[in-house]
Design a protein around this ligand. Structure first.
Ligand SMILES: Cc1cc2nc3c(=O)[nH]c(=O)nc-3n(C[C@H](O)[C@H](O)[C@H](O)COP(=O)(O)O)c2cc1C
Ligand SMILES: C=C(O[C@@H]1CC(C(=O)O)=C[C@@H](OP(=O)(O)O)[C@H]1O)C(=O)O
Length: 367
């Protein structure tokens, strides 16, 4: 599953080119639009004020309602750029954003209007690609969903609690969360998160958090050992999402403080099938799926563009300087990043499934 994302935040358009899509698949465009809408900016006071419709225009790979097998290319127009907000930032780079590293890497030639190719805006085409991947995975009985695990220290109910995974209601609660602006299981926690984001914004600050993502219906035996392990593919896809700074699978960093007797997932036969009584390994062992729900969490940093005065440098005069970042910014990116993390996970899983079953094995109409 190869995909390339193109464009810059204040250029004419952004988009994605997806290869290795099986021919003869009907894509549910309405479902894709819903996914795009979950991420789209400009919807409320807890997100950026930039307004974009984020309607994808398919340029190739789809004809008469079926995929053709040619690379699938989708383009999304940029319509609400305000590039003046960025005129100062080449000279006074924002701490925590990519202004300084982009200048170092691209010798000062990077188009940093709207943060250029580093912008969270580039996650719109990723969501398009992920929505296609989700439909292909669904045809194999695999569901990918996520929710906000925490924002600013306020926690939602973890999927591992409440029996959601055991009684198989996880898909239902994740589908319900996906319809909310703050995709949470516990609406009370969601309201507290909303207030915390609004308060941070009033204080000229921002909040970070955690996203918990699950893949359900994944059979045992998908993945590889080594550099193409399931963890590697998923981490690689998630670290391509701007703002992601950490990933953990299952018990993750808590493993460091556990004993083997507590960390191991006891095995048993249940209805004639191998199963694990606990899921500390997050559904992956040796880089390969165990057949238990695949579970991981991504940590997102607080938005770097905050309204408070910060210490930076003057790249022209080579002296210390102060900066107040102008412009429209997300006071928190976690809620908008939930469909993005799902998309990244779906693309990574599709790559692993495709490696085992091939392109036609995904769900193309057999000739
Ligand atoms: C959906 C989304 C929206 C984002 N919105 C903003 C924003 O408004 N302002 C900002 O400074 N960073 C925003 N970010 C994060 C930056 O793009 C990111 O921190 C920056 O590119 C540096 O990358 P890094 O944090 O991965 O190191 C957003 C990220 C995502 C995924
Ligand atoms: C436009 C989006 O988010 C943008 C992500 C972003 C950043 O630095 O990542 C900075 C802001 O860009 P601008 O200054 O052009 O308004 C956000 O609005 C989007 O996600 O669609």
């Amino acid at each position: 599953m190869k995909y390339s994302i193109f464009g810059e935040s204040h250029g004419p358009a952004i988009g994605v080119l997806l290869n290795d899509i099986p021919a003869g698949v009907t894509l549910d465009m309405e479902e894709i639009s819903l996914e795009m809408g979950r991420r789209a900016p400009g919807k409320s006071a807890i997100s950026t004020a930039r307004k974009e419709a984020d309607v994808p225009e398919v340029l190739s790979g789809l004809c008469g309602g079926f995929t053709t097998g040619a690379p699938l290319c989708a383009m999304i127009k940029n319509t609400d750029a305000r590039s003046g907000d960025y005129s100062l930032l080449k000279r006074f780079p924002r701490p925590g954003h990519a202004d300084y590293t982009a200048a170092a890497r691209y010798d000062g030639f990077a188009d940093m209007r709207g943060s250029g190719q580093f912008s969270g805006r580039l996650t719109a085409p990723l969501v398009f690609a992920g929505a296609v991947a989700k439909q292909l995975l669904a045809a194999r009985g695999i569901f990918v969903g996520a929710h906000i695990a925490a924002i600013g220290g306020i926690r939602d109910i973890p999927l591992t609690d409440g029996g959601f995974l055991k009684d198989k209601t996880a898909e239902t609660v994740l589908r319900a969360a996906a319809r909310k602006e703050l995709p949470v299981i516990d609406d009370g926690a969601g309201e507290k998160m909303r207030e915390a984001i609004a308060a941070a914004k009033r204080e000229g600050d921002s909040l970070g958090g955690l996203i918990e993502c699950a893949a359900l219906g994944l059979e045992a035996g998908i993945g590889e050992p080594g550099a193409d392990s399931l963890e590697s593919l998923i981490s690689r896809a998630c670290f391509a999402v701007p703002g992601v700074k950490g990933i953990e699978f299952g018990a993750g960093f808590a493993f460091a403080e556990m004993r083997g007797s507590a960390a191991n997932d006891p095995m048993e036969m249940a209805d004639g099938r191998v199963s694990m009584r606990t899921n500390n390994n997050g559904g992956v062992s040796g880089g390969i799926s165990t057949g238990a729900p695949l579970l991981f969490r991504a940590a997102l940093r607080p938005t770097s563009s905050i309204a408070r005065e910060q210490d930076t440098v003057d790249m022209e005069e080579r002296v210390n300087a102060k900066l107040v970042v102008p412009g429209r910014h997300d006071p928190c990116i976690v809620h908008r990043a939930v469909p993005v993390i799902e998309a990244a996970a779906a693309l990574a899983l599709l790559e692993a499934v495709q490696k085992l079953y091939g392109i036609r094995g995904l769900c193309g109409r057999r000739q």
